[in-house]
Structures are given as structure tokens and as C-alpha cells.
Design a protein around this ligand. Structure first.
Ligand code: ADP
Length: 609
């Protein structure tokens, strides 16, 4: 999108919508005006008995209403014009309306007494309306045309070319012939009209500027809060600040950890050469020092300002003036926001306030992004730590387990019943410990992107077959009927192989583990529109309803599982949920305590290529 130029900005940046609104307001007001001309003429003639030229005034009022009807019809056609010619047409249409009004107003003035007409202020009111609806230089032209019309009517009536309608009997009959009176009326009219239009133009320009600033602030807030990535926040902030001030260049500089340097982290509209012009050291940059102390700085003539560290580069970049404001963090300044303009002396106090508001928005978003960043780093560091520790624990534990198994198999000599019992119990404890270590490892891996395999095309059938095979022996030992139901067509998803195996290994393992002897476990794969649905249903102990909402939390175990002697860590399901969501799927559970549980995993299917 093209940046608005500073010129359009000083004229109040008229938008297509504004012109359209102006057109429809004028039409609406004209219905009232036309009606009033007819209605008031009748009232004034009947009630006040003033000698108004009744017939011509009725005609004038009716003509106003008729041309307004035609304009209303035309407005509908303009509305349906294609966008590229819409604005041009709307502008011309509004100009046509103002021109017609100017003629109607002149006729009305003439009919109500010309230079002595009590209705002269109505002309000024119409001018005010045009100024409010269409700010810019056209209103001044309209003042000139209005004055011309009044002056012409005055002269034409004075010279007798036009007949004069004396509508107020109390006025001297020759007043309209008095050149001094005519001159005074025209001069006061011109002054009043010019002053009114000028003041209204100033007020409207300011109001429109405020409007634009509010919109820019809102856009900034939306843009910078739409991301948690710090570099995105910087880039969006630079762009928003430049756009908000109708400039094309802006940059963000952020204090480094030493607090001595302030490197540029984002730029908008600046050349590569300028961005790489050299390091800005705070001790050598009075400009940034001042801004960082909380005071916004305006550099009015940038290339000649002694506070500028790289004047040649500034001149080569075509920078005339710079506005520097601090980006205020909660605990101190985070950096500075600079906006550059081509013209010298371009920024004023209003701009400072506004850019400060933009910088404050940016500061909040930057701090959020930084907090998010450090949380993620802490999470990664924790996962890395868990991974290292558990790795170190696994090897000696595995060794101890093998040695125990050798002893329990009697390969180191016969064991007495008591020795066998103690060693079996130690072995069971070591198994639980190994489970915990494995779960912790899997949890650390599921949280750390670097530890995860790259997702690839996976066919679900073999993955489910493997998960079921893995637990068949345990199911057989408990006389559990473990069945797998799958469609013949192969269903494929995008997932990491190890992660997928972990998800179904966990769910099938839990189903067998929490189902008492002689129960049933059914693993079913079906296609559901564009997803694969995998249900693992058992007839086991179930989960108390009150525990269901906490099931996916790390280390959570349901009360009935905790009270039974079934070992567990409470980590498996949190890993399952995290992994399934990484693959773009979802997992649900339904359970009735004492009756059984069903876990349903839904994964998006890959399109058959
Ligand atoms: P673990 O099984 O190691 O305790 P999980 O995270 O896999 O940890 O499961 C969390 C809890 O959810 C379990 O402790 C158990 O209370 C409950 N649970 C999971 N699967 C089942 C199931 N199929 N039947 C009954 N309860 C289950």
C-alpha cells in the first residue's frame, strides 16, 4: 500500500468514504432546506404579512426539491460504479451538488432582498457545512464564489439590471442603492465567511488527524499483540510507527545485555547501507542517551545536528529530521524508537505524544514476547536437564536389572525362598524406576522440539499392530482378550515415528494394565471424514468422574489407581496429549468407574497422492 504523503496529511487526508458521506448528508439537508423555503415562505407571507415574492420563492423551493430528487437517483448510480472510478465520480458528484446549491442560494438571496436580505447568514451556514463535510481548499474557493455572488447581486440590483425585492418594509427603500452599504455588507460577509471556513477547516483537520492517530494506535495494538515472537514485534512496531506518522522510515534500537550498546533490531524503509553504517555506542550517542533517560528528542535538521553520530550516512539516506522516543519497559527503558522524515523540521509536539503512545504499546508487546521467550528457554533447559540426568540413570539401572535377572534365573547358584522373594521385590522396584525414567525421558523429548523426530508419512496399521504386539504377552498372562480391528485401506498421517509408537504404546499399555484378569481390550481404527479415529476401549477399572478433568496433567493418577497396587508414574497421558496435538490431532476420554474406559485419538489423514 502506498504511504500517504505529508501533503495529503496536512489537508486532512480525505478518504473515499468521507466524500460519499458528504454527498449523502448534503442530499439529506437539502430535503429540509427545500421544504423550509416553501413552508417558511407561506408562513411568513400569511403570518407576518411581509411582501415576499411568493410565486418565485415557491418555484425556487420546488426546484431545490426536484433537483434533489434527481441527485438522489444519481447517487444510487454513483454508488454502483466500479471502485477504480468510484472516487472520481463521487467527487464530481459532490462538486455538482455544491454548484447547484450555490445557484439556488444566489437566487434565494436575490428573492429575499439581495444585499439587504436577512437570509445572508444562511449562505455562511451552507459554507460551514461544505467545510465540515469536505475539508480542504475547495471551501475557500466556495467563500470566494459566495462573495462574488453576493457582490454581483448587489451591483446588479443597484444598477437596476435586476429588480430589487424590498422584503422588510422597515428598511429605507434606497438602502440597496447605497454603495457604502453594499461594500460594507460584502466585506463583512467575506470576512465572516472566510473566518468561519478557516476555523472550521482547522478544527476539522485536527479532528481528522486525531481520528487517524486513534486508528493507527488501534492498528499498532492489534499488530504488535498478534505475535509472541520478539523479532515480529520489533518489525511490526517499526512499520506501525512509520505509518502512523505518514513517514516511510523508522527503526527500533534495543539495549544489549551490557547496557552499553544499542543495536538496530528492526528497520522499515531504511537502506541496507544505512542499517549497517556502524555500531551505535551509547556513550557516543547523546541522542539515544537523552531518549533513554525518558525524554523524547526531535532532531530538526538531521545532517547538520552535532548529536548525530553518522551525519554523512544520514544525508546520503535523504533524512531531513528525526524523532526519537524511548520504549519504556516496566523496569526501565528497553530501547528507542526512531522515525525519520525526508523534510527538515517535520515533527512537532503532537507527533511526540503520539509516537510515545505507539512505543508504549510496543513495550508491552515486547515484554510479553520476552517473557514468553525466557519461559520457553527455561522449559527447554529443564527438559535438557531431565534428559541428561535420566540418560545417566538408565545405564546403571539397566545393568542392575540384568544382574538381578541372572541371579533370579539361578545362574549364580540356587536361591533360598526368602532370597528369591527379596530379589523379586527389588526387581519389581527397579522395573518401576525404569518406567519412571522412561516416562521422564519421553516427557522431556515431547517438550523439546530439538529432541523430536521430523514428522513423516506414517501408515497407522503397522504402528497399531506393533503397539498391540508389545502388550500381547502381558494380556495373555491376565487372560485379557486383546483385539485389533482395522480397515483394509491403509490410513496415513503425518507424524514422528517414535512419537506415534509412544502414543499407542501408552494407551494400549494402560488399557491392559488397568483391566483386571479376563477382561477385554479392543483397539479399533476407522476413517472419519478427513481424520483417522483410533479407539482404545477396555472393560477395566474405569476412572472416577471427578478425576477426568485432571487426567492430562503431569504426574496425575486417578484415586482408584493410586489405591490399587498398580504401579504408574502419571506421566504417560500428558505425553500422549502433547504428542497428539503436535501431530495436529486431538484425544478424548470417556470412562465409567468400574465399567471401563475408552480413549479416542483423532489424527488428520494425509491426502492420497
Ligand atoms: P500411569 O499409568 O503411569 O499412572 P498415565 O499418565 O498413563 O500414568 O495415566 C494417568 C492415570 O490415568 C493413571 O494413573 C490412571 O489413574 C488413569 N488411567 C489411564 N488409563 C486408564 C485406563 N485405561 N483405565 C483406567 N484408568 C486409566
Amino acid at each position: 500500500m502506498a504511504e500517504p504523503t505529508p501533503e495529503t496529511r496536512s489537508l486532512g487526508a480525505l478518504q473515499p468514504g468521507d466524500v460519499a458521506v458528504a454527498g449523502s448528508r448534503l442530499i439529506l439537508t437539502r430535503w429540509v432546506a427545500g421544504g423550509l423555503v416553501v413552508g417558511l415562505t407561506a408562513a411568513v407571507v400569511r403570518l407576518l404579512r411581509l411582501p415576499l415574492p411568493e410565486g418565485p420563492l415557491y418555484v425556487t423551493g420546488s426546484v431545490i426539491l426536484i433537483y434533489n430528487a434527481i441527485l438522489t437517483w444519481l447517487a444510487r448510480r454513483v454508488d454502483h460504479a466500479p471502485p477504480e472510478i468510484h472516487l472520481r465520480r463521487v467527487r464530481r458528484f459532490v462538486m455538482l451538488q455544491v454548484a447547484l446549491d450555490w445557484i439556488a442560494m444566489s437566487v434565494f438571496l436575490h428573492l429575499t432582498g439581495g444585499i439587504t436580505s436577512p437570509a445572508i447568514p444562511m449562505f455562511v451556514i451552507h459554507m460551514l457545512m461544505v467545510t465540515i463535510l469536505l475539508p480542504g481548499q475547495s471551501s475557500y474557493i466556495y467563500v470566494a464564489l459566495g462573495t462574488l455572488a453576493l457582490g454581483s447581486i448587489g451591483i446588479l440590483e443597484q444598477t437596476g439590471v435586476l429588480s430589487h425585492h424590498a422584503v422588510i418594509p422597515a428598511l429605507p427603500p434606497d438602502l440597496h442603492r447605497d454603495p457604502i452599504y453594499i461594500l460594507a455588507q460584502v466585506a463583512f460577509f467575506a470576512t465572516a465567511a472566510f473566518a468561519t471556513v478557516h476555523l472550521a477547516t482547522l478544527v476539522m483537520a485536527r479532528l481528522r488527524e486525531r481520528d487517524r492517530q486513534l486508528e493507527a494506535l488501534l492498528q499498532t495494538a492489534q499488530a504488535v499483540s498478534s505475535t509472541l515472537s520478539l523479532s515480529d514485534v520489533w518489525n511490526k512496531l517499526a512499520r506501525s510507527a512509520a505509518r502512523a506518522l505518514s513517514c516511510s522510515k523508522a527503526s527500533i534500537r534495543v539495549l544489549d545485555e551490557t547496557g552499553e550498546r544499542i543495536p538496530m533490531v528492526a528497520a522499515c524503509g531504511l537502506s541496507e547501507a544505512y542499517q549497517n553504517k556502524g555500531e551505535v555506542v551509547i556513550s557516543k550517542s547523546p541522542l539515544d542517551r537523552e531518549a533513554l533517560s525518558g525524554k523524547p528528542v526531535i532532531v530538526r535538521h538531521a545532517p547538520a545536528d552535532p548529536r548525530i553520530q553518522f551525519p554523512q550516512e544520514v544525508a546520503a539516506e535523504g533524512i531531513g529530521s528525526i524523532l526519537v522516543v524511548p520504549i519504556p519497559g516496566r523496569l526501565g527503558p528497553l530501547g528507542v524508537l526512531r522515525v525519520y522524515a525526508e523534510q527538515a523540521d517535520r515533527f512537532g509536539p503532537d507527533d511526540i505524544e503520539f509516537v510515545l503512545a505507539v512505543a508504549r504499546q510496543g513495550a508491552v508487546a515486547m515484554e510479553n514476547a520476552m517473557a514468553h521467550d525466557s519461559l520457553q528457554r527455561a522449559d527447554r533447559a529443564r527438559a535438557q536437564f531431565v534428559r541428561t540426568v535420566t540418560h545417566e540413570l538408565r545405564a546403571p539401572l539397566g545393568g542392575a536389572q540384568s544382574l538381578l535377572r541372572v541371579m533370579l534365573r539361578g545362574m549364580t547358584g540356587d536361591l533360598g525362598p526368602q532370597q528369591r522373594d527379596i530379589l523379586s521385590r527389588v526387581s519389581t522396584r527397579l522395573d518401576s524406576l525404569m518406567d519412571l525414567i522412561n516416562d521422564l525421558l519421553a516427557l522431556a523429548a515431547s517438550k523439546t522440539v530439538e529432541f523430536q523426530d521430523v514428522p513423516s508419512r506414517q501408515t497407522l496399521q503397522p504402528v497399531l499392530r506393533k503397539a498391540v504386539d508389545l502388550h500381547t504377552q502381558e494380556a495373555n498372562e491376565k487372560q485379557i482378550r486383546l483385539r485389533l480391528h482395522m480397515p483394509p485401506e491403509s490410513l496415513e498421517v503425518l507424524a514422528a515415528a517414535e512419537g506415534l509408537a509412544q502414543v499407542f504404546g501408552n494407551l494400549v499399555g494402560n488399557a491392559v494394565k488397568y483391566t483386571p484378569n479376563s477382561g477385554r481390550v479392543d483397539v479399533t481404527l476407522t476413517r472419519q471424514a478427513s481424520c483417522a479415529l483410533i479407539e482404545v476401549a477396555d472393560t477395566g477399572m474405569g476412572i472416577p468422574a471427578g478425576d477426568l478433568p485432571h487426567l492430562w496433567e503431569e504426574f496425575f493418577r486417578a484415586t482408584n489407581a493410586r489405591h490399587s497396587n498398580i504401579p504408574g508414574t502419571g506421566l504417560g497421558l500428558s505425553i500422549v496429549k502433547r504428542l497428539v496435538e503436535t501431530f495436529g490431532g486431538s484425544v478424548r476420554v470417556t470412562s465409567v468407574e468400574g465399567r471401563g474406559t475408552t480413549f479416542a485419538v483423532s489424527l488428520p489423514l494425509l491426502d492420497e497422492a
